[in-house]
Design a binder for this molecule. Structure first.
Ligand code: FRU
Length: 468
């Protein structure tokens, strides 16, 4: 970490060089987590999109790999997903060597410039060496565009129909709604249904959907639909909403019309879940892009831009009769812990840049903790009067965008029992009650947070230094 990389995260994934946005093609293959990402290696701002690639055996240490997909004559490679085609339904591999298939959006920049409306279409690529190298399918595109300007971010999953037949279902963002398509071979797709007109938040375009099968706490089967939206999030700019309901015969029917947000912080966008996890993991594993289109391209990093959130486990939780999606820090994160400090004083030093803080909230259900440095900059986190807030308005650099130095609050009408806070070189993630409420926020202190102060409301404080 050089002087110019003071904001390089120590335990969050960031690309070695250049620009990154959405996580793509999340898939687990034989003991390895694969992570692809929207990447422009030649600049620190958005441009011709590639799929960058990184792998991890433990979900916390990532190794960047050679670029997986380069733009070609059909266009830039936009966001998408990856599946393990175990029965070689696509014919792109063999039964001995089934292919891993990536499904992504081609974005034809020339088409967009020339005013066409069909410049986004879906293509596929496959790997026969466990995700190392990729071939594009020569019959691309597999899903052409019928004239919808925003037509992208295919997320494909395997589904078993009522009669037992297996098929692939694609959830696709189409401007102000999502569309569901079915295929038997990942090459021929037919439209099943649409969802979203007049439902949910519509302050911006819908992007990066994901359709998840989950159990409610009472054991009922539910479907959860993640939809990122930009702009129109609760903190301005980008954010991810979700719907809870039923999915049958290609139709998604929400239980209610409530608007729900996955994360109330400003900096968790375009997140999706891993495919092909071993059944014994029995979890829905999520990661998001830790930024916001409002200012993503001007944050004060040097040779690289953007990082991803911590990996999180999504679960349904019943809060006084309302189902919500909680985001728990993945259990692997405890393996980052090095030293443990039990703190009984109100003011103490922080052990380093990579730090986790855990505490219980007292019966008053109000708390206030601040992190600060010797320059007088401070990052304040509190719950007061039913609002959980991260205040980064006096937390360092922010003049690069008028909306950055701000306070971000989330309503929490139920009791906060405990909190976990993860600090890294340029981020803070707050999990209340194991993720019943989450705020993720970038923050650029001019010098690292060196001390913290509990103003009130927190007990049983434990601080962990994390590996760097
Ligand atoms: C979301 C997004 C996607 C698109 C990609 C382009 O952040 O706009 O909809 O595929 O980024 O990089």
């Amino acid at each position: 970490t050089t002087q110019t990389e003071i904001y390089r995260p120590l335990y969050h994934f960031s690309p070695k060089n250049g620009w990154m946005n959405d996580p793509n093609g999340l898939i687990y293959i034989e003991g390895e987590y694969h992570l692809f990402f929207q990447h422009y290696p030649d600049s620190t701002v958005w441009g011709p999109m590639h799929w960058g690639h990184a792998t991890s055996k433990d979900l916390i240490h990532w190794e960047e790999q050679p670029i997986a997909l380069y733009p070609d004559s059909l266009g830039y490679i936009f966001s998408g997903s990856a599946v393990y085609d175990s029965s070689n339904s696509s014919g792109l591999g063999t039964s001995e060597t089934p292919p891993i298939v990536a499904i992504f959006t081609y974005h034809d920049m020339e088409g967009e410039r020339s005013g066409a409306s069909d410049y986004q279409k879906q293509g596929i690529a496959y790997s026969l060496d466990k995700g190392k190298t990729w071939e594009k399918y020569e019959g691309n595109p597999v899903l052409p565009n019928q004239g919808v300007r925003d037509f992208r971010d295919p997320k494909v999953r395997k589904m078993t129909q009522a009669d037992g037949t297996e098929s692939w279902v694609m959830t696709l963002a189409a401007k102000d709604q999502v569309q569901f398509y079915r295929s038997l071979d990942l090459k021929n797709w037919s439209l099943l249904g649409e969802f979203g007109k007049g439902v949910g938040a519509h302050g911006g375009v819908w992007e990066c959907p994901d359709l998840l099968s989950m159990k409610a706490p009472d054991g009922t089967d539910k479907w959860v639909l993640l939809v990122s939206i930009n702009p129109g999030g609760p903190q301005k700019g980008s954010a991810t909403q979700y719907f809870i309901g039923d999915f049958q015969d290609g139709q998604f029917v929400p239980d209610d019309t409530m608007i729900r947000w996955l994360d109330y912080g400003p900096d968790n966008y375009a997140g999706v879940t891993w495919s092909n996890l071993p059944e014994e993991q029995n979890r829905t594993l999520f990661i998001g892009w830790m930024s916001n289109w409002l200012y993503a391209q001007v944050v004060p990093t040097s040779s690289w831009r953007s990082s991803l959130t911590l990996p999180r486990i999504l679960e349904l939780v019943d809060i006084n009769g309302t189902l919500l999606l909680k985001s728990k820090p993945a259990s692997e994160l405890i393996n980052l812990r090095k030293e443990t400090y039990s703190i009984s004083k109100n003011e103490s030093e922080l052990p380093g840049i990579a730090t986790e803080i855990q505490a219980s909230v007292n019966s008053e259900d109000q708390f206030n903790i601040t992190f600060y440095n010797e320059l007088g900059e401070e990052l304040a986190i509190n719950k007061e009067n039913g609002l959980v807030t991260i205040d980064r308005s006096k937390a360092g650099k922010g003049s690069f965008h008028e909306d950055f130095n701000a306070m971000h609050s989330a309503p929490m009408s139920w009791k906060a029992e405990e909190i976990r806070i993860f600090l890294d070189a340029s981020s803070v993630e707050l999990f209340v009650n194991e993720g019943e409420l989450v705020l993720t926020s970038l923050v650029f202190p001019s010098s690292p947070w060196s001390r913290m102060k509990i103003n009130f409301g927190l007990n049983d404080l434990v601080v962990y230094s994390l590996q760097d």
